[in-house]
Design a protein around this ligand. Structure first.
Ligand code: GDP
Ligand code: MG
Length: 216
């Protein structure tokens, strides 16, 4: 979590998840976004819980805590803790693998809907756009419009669309959460709204939880 000095400068901190089959390039997308690096021989897992990236959206300072799975996705057995308080979920498939695309609807969307907060913002990424495609472009477009979520073809290898996608998600999250900026809950009552973010300046900010007015 951010250190104390960061609180004064940060407007929003959002937990963002990367989810999808093993080998679709989730860790590579994160590495490309955070370090501008691609490693064709990378070991599959980054051994940290998450990386924090700071960006600006309409003059607001936003931190994305981007969580990478630690290999559990191999068995489609991602733990509930991973999904808890997620503000954004990025569904990744490998556009050279039809199976990984089919698993977005068969496995991952269902799991996100069951385990992640109801109002989390989703995004679909068709990674490895530098390789021959096995998924016709109309399929992800159709899926994205069915769920009303943004879709980008990305290449972690070439870096294409990677930062664009994260910036888009951050913008969507700020738009969704800023609606609650000045809303104050009645003391002692259940919050009348949920924020799956950490807003140090929010009137309802609860220090112990590290979230604003969160209820599940
Ligand atoms: N050609 C190509 N290979 C990629 C791309 N992204 C990841 N890879 C490769 O795909 C393999 C799996 O990537 P990884 O990030 O470990 O996938 P994860 O299991 O979803 O985290 C690695 O060998 C990567 O080098 C991409 O955009 N293009
Ligand atoms: Mg990985």
């Amino acid at each position: 979590m951010a250190n104390v000095n960061d609180y004064d400068l940060t407007d929003y901190i959002f937990k963002v998840l990367l989810i999808g089959d093993k080998n679709v390039g989730k860790s590579s997308i994160l590495k490309q976004y955070v370090n501008n690096e691609f490693d064709a021989f990378c070991q599959t897992t980054i051994f940290v819980d998450y990386y924090t990236v700071t960006l600006q959206v309409n003059g607001k300072i936003v931190k994305l805590n981007i969580w990478d799975t630690a290999g559990e996705e191999k068995y489609h057995a991602v733990t509930d803790v991973y999904y808890r308080n997620a503000a954004g979920v990025i569904l990744v498939y490998d556009q050279s693998s039809k199976q990984s695309f089919e698993n977005v609807s068969k496995v991952w969307l269902e799991q996100v809907q069951r385990k992640a907060p109801e109002d989390c913002e989703m995004m679909l990424l068709g990674n490895k756009s530098d390789q021959t495609t096995a998924v016709p472009e109309c399929d992800p477009s159709q899926l994205a419009s069915l769920y009303s979520i943004p879709y980008y073809p990305t290449s972690a290898k070439l870096g294409s669309n990677v930062s664009t996608a994260f910036q888009h998600l951050a913008t969507t999250l700020v738009r969704a959460h800023s609606a609650y900026d000045d809303v104050v809950c009645d003391p002692g009552s259940m919050p009348s709204f949920a924020l799956h973010s950490f807003q140090p300046h929010h009137p309802c900010y609860q220090e112990e939880d590290g979230v604003c007015c969160y209820y599940a």
